[in-house]
Design a protein around this ligand. Structure first.
Ligand SMILES: [Zn+2]
Length: 442
C-alpha cells in the first residue's frame, strides 16, 4: 500500500508538471488536437500535429484470460508512470497516464473478454490520458506494472484483473484510490489562465454578451460513432462548434467561450459551471445522435430543452445516453453535490425555461429553411448539461450518424457552413430581442 501511495503522489505531480510544461512551451491550442478527426472539412486553424510526437505512443492493446483472471496489455514505445483506481455502480477501473498518443487499431476495446466488458481511452486533460475499463462484475487489480523493452518486445503496461465479491470491491475504494480529477483540472485550467493572461496593460472589461458553445463529449468519451469507429461524435461536434464560434465572432457583437477547443474530456457539471461563471446570455450544446441497429432509422436535426419529464421515449433514451458521459469518462458521480431545491432558484429557473424555449423555437425557425430537421424537431428531457438555473440553454442534435444521409451532411463542409450560418442568425435574432427588452448589462 505504501508503494502505491508513493506512486500516486509521484504521478499526481508528474501529470501537473507535464500539463504546466505543455502550456509553458506552447501558445494557443494544445497538441491534443493532433488526435482530432478533421475529416474532409479540415480547418486551416488547426496547428500541425508534429509536436505530438514527443508523447509516448501506444500502438496496440489486448486482453487475455477468463472471468476469474483477465490480463490487459498495452504496447508502448517508452515506459510510463500510471495510477489506477476503481469506481462502483457501474463497476469500472480507471488508469490515469501522462498524455499518450493512442495509435491503436480501430475498434479495439469495443469487445471485451473475461472480467472486462469493454474499454475506452483518450485525453482526459492537457497532459493526461485515461483508460476506462467497464467490468462485467466486481474485480480488483491484483497486479499492475510496466515491463521495460526486452527480447524484442516493446515496453508494456500490464494490468491483472482478479474477480472479487462486492464487499471486497467496495473496500478497495480506499480514499487514496479516489479520483482526484477535479483539483487536477482546476490546476490545468489555472495554468492555461496564467499563460493566456495578457502580460501588459489590462484592457477594459469586455461587456459584450457571452455565448457558451459546448461541443459534447471529448477525450475518453467518444460519443456516438460511425464507420466502425472512424467517425466519432466528439470530433464532428468539435469541428462544428469551432466553426460556429468563428461565424458568431465575425459580427464582433458577442464574446464566445468554448467549453473545450480540443480533444479533452470535460465533466458535465464543469460545462454548466462555465456557463454560470461567465454569466452567459446563452448556452448551446452540440451533439450528434445515433440509433442502434434495429431501432429504426430516424433522421434530421433536433433541438432539446430541459424538462423534468421527457417529451417522449426517444428524448428520454437520448438524455440517459448523454447523461452517461461522466460515467464513461470515469468521473466519480458520488462526488456530485445534490440538487439545490430552493424557491429562488425555482423562480429564476422558470424564467430561464421560458427563454430557452423561445430560443429553441427561433432556432428551429431558422434551421428548417436550410437543414433537414427531425419529424418532431422540438423536444425536452432531463439533460444534466442544460441545468444552469440562470442561463438559457439548448442542446442541438445535428443529426444521426447512424443515418447515411445525415452522416454525409455531418462530414460535409458545405452543409456545416449552411447550418452554422442559420444557427448564428437565430442566436443573433434571439439576443438582439432579449437585450432590447432587458436593457444594457443583460
Ligand atoms: Zn452526444
Amino acid at each position: 500500500m505504501a508503494s502505491r501511495a508513493n506512486h500516486l503522489v509521484l504521478l499526481g505531480c508528474g501529470l501537473l508538471c507535464v500539463a504546466a510544461f505543455l502550456y509553458a512551451q506552447m501558445t494557443g491550442r494544445s497538441t491534443a488536437q493532433a488526435q482530432v478527426y478533421q475529416g474532409p472539412t479540415s480547418q486551416a486553424a488547426i496547428p500541425s500535429p508534429a509536436a505530438a510526437s514527443n508523447f509516448p505512443i501506444a500502438s496496440d492493446a489486448r486482453l487475455a484470460g477468463d472471468v476469474k483472471q483477465t490480463r490487459f496489455i498495452l504496447d508502448l514505445d517508452k515506459a510510463v508512470q500510471f495510477r489506477t483506481f476503481a469506481l462502483a455502480d457501474p463497476y469500472r477501473v480507471v488508469v490515469d497516464l501522462p498524455q499518450v498518443s493512442f495509435q491503436l487499431p480501430t475498434g479495439v476495446g469495443v469487445a471485451g473478454r473475461g472480467l472486462v466488458k469493454a474499454f475506452r481511452y483518450g485525453l482526459i486533460m492537457p497532459g493526461g490520458s485515461r483508460i476506462v475499463f467497464d467490468l462485467t462484475g466486481p474485480a480488483r487489480i491484483a497486479k499492475s506494472y510496466v515491463l521495460e523493452a526486452a527480447n524484442g518486445q516493446p515496453p508494456r503496461l500490464v494490468l491483472e484483473f482478479e474477480e472479487v465479491d462486492r464487499t471486497a470491491f467496495v473496500q478497495s475504494l480506499a480514499p487514496e484510490s479516489r479520483p482526484e480529477l477535479r483539483p487536477a483540472i482546476a490546476e490545468a485550467n489555472a495554468a492555461v489562465a496564467r499563460v493566456d493572461a495578457p502580460a501588459a496593460p489590462p484592457s477594459p472589461p469586455d461587456k459584450r454578451p457571452v455565448i457558451v458553445i459546448d461541443p459534447g463529449h471529448g477525450g475518453v468519451d467518444n460519443g456516438t460513432q460511425a464507420g466502425g469507429g472512424d467517425i466519432m461524435e466528439k470530433n464532428l461536434v468539435l469541428g462544428f462548434g469551432l466553426a460556429l464560434r468563428d461565424r458568431i465572432e465575425k459580427s464582433g457583437k458577442y464574446r464566445v467561450v468554448m467549453t473545450r477547443t480540443d480533444d479533452t474530456f470535460i465533466p458535465l457539471g464543469d460545462r454548466v459551471k462555465v456557463a454560470r461563471s461567465e454569466s452567459a446570455a446563452l448556452f448551446v450544446s452540440i451533439h450528434a445522435d445515433a440509433l442502434k441497429r434495429g431501432e429504426g432509422d430516424a433522421q434530421g436535426a433536433t433541438i432539446y430543452t430541459l424538462s423534468d419529464k421527457a417529451s417522449d421515449s426517444e428524448a428520454e433514451r437520448l438524455a440517459d445516453a448523454e447523461n452517461k458521459s461522466d460515467a464513461i469518462g470515469g468521473v466519480n458521480l458520488t462526488d456530485e453535490p445534490t440538487e439545490v431545491a430552493d424557491i429562488l432558484i425555482d423562480l429564476v429557473q422558470r424564467e430561464t425555461k421560458t427563454f430557452s424555449n423561445r430560443f429553441a423555437r427561433m432556432l428551429m425557425g431558422e434551421m428548417k429553411n436550410t437543414v433537414r430537421m427531425h419529424k418532431h424537431p422540438l423536444k425536452s428531457a432531463g439533460f444534466r448539461v442544460l441545468k444552469a438555473p440562470d442561463v438559457p440553454s439548448v442542446l442541438v442534435e445535428l443529426g444521426y450518424v447512424s443515418n447515411k444521409g445525415d452522416l454525409e451532411h455531418l462530414v460535409s463542409e458545405n452543409w456545416r457552413n449552411r447550418t452554422v450560418g442559420s444557427m448564428a442568425q437565430a442566436i443573433d435574432a434571439f439576443l438582439a430581442k432579449r437585450l432590447a427588452t432587458a436593457g444594457p448589462g443583460k
